[in-house]
Ligand binder design. Structure first.
Ligand SMILES: [Zn+2]
Length: 173
């Protein structure tokens, strides 16, 4: 340790005043702070998930994207998730005792009817009540760019609106 300390030259007045610098990357220091560069250095990166383009795209409405992101991560507090905390909730629209994400989007007969009415024109015979098949269809089927954009907007709007309606009925009678 003494050898390391003595190898560093002591400060001298001719070098000027001390100044702060911020690390922007490996061997890259600048006098300005960047929250982006700081975040890039401290974050843990993961591979991009295949469904990211369904959630995040330029025309998306942020609050719709956020709820869709929660749905895709299966983090919405559905009845099935509430059960773990000792609360029992059935589907308010059809009475199904197991209110899961899969039930809400779009296995529930009522909610599937809404989904068909909204995207039947765009999806045609490919409308399916199964969540996994619906997501796979978004990722695999080739469509015109405008149709893809409309479909993703319809998907997010439906999830947001149905989740909001469900919460409204659940919590405001
Ligand atoms: Zn239902």
């Amino acid at each position: 340790m003494i050898a390391t300390i003595t190898s560093v030259p002591p400060p001298v007045d001719s070098s000027g005043d001390d100044r702060y610098v911020w690390r922007h990357g490996v061997d890259d220091y600048k006098p300005c702070f960047s929250s982006l560069q700081t975040w890039q250095q401290i974050r843990v990166t993961h591979p991009t998930v295949p469904w990211s383009k369904i959630v995040w795209f330029p025309q998306a409405i942020p609050r719709f994207s956020f709820i869709t992101w929660l749905a895709l991560k299966d983090r919405l507090s559905t009845g099935a998730r509430s059960r773990a905390w000792g609360c029992y909730h059935v589907c308010l629209l059809c009475g199904e005792p197991d209110e899961t994400r899969y039930h809400m989007f779009f296995a529930c007969p009522y909610l599937f009817t809404v989904w068909i009415d909204l995207v039947g024109y765009l999806l045609g015979s490919r409308v399916n009540p199964d969540w996994s098949i619906t997501i796979a269809s978004f990722l695999s089927t080739r469509r015109k760019e405008i149709d893809t954009c409309l479909l993703k907007l319809a998907f997010q709007t439906t999830i947001y609106s149905l989740w909001r309606e469900r919460n409204s009925r659940r919590h405001q009678g």
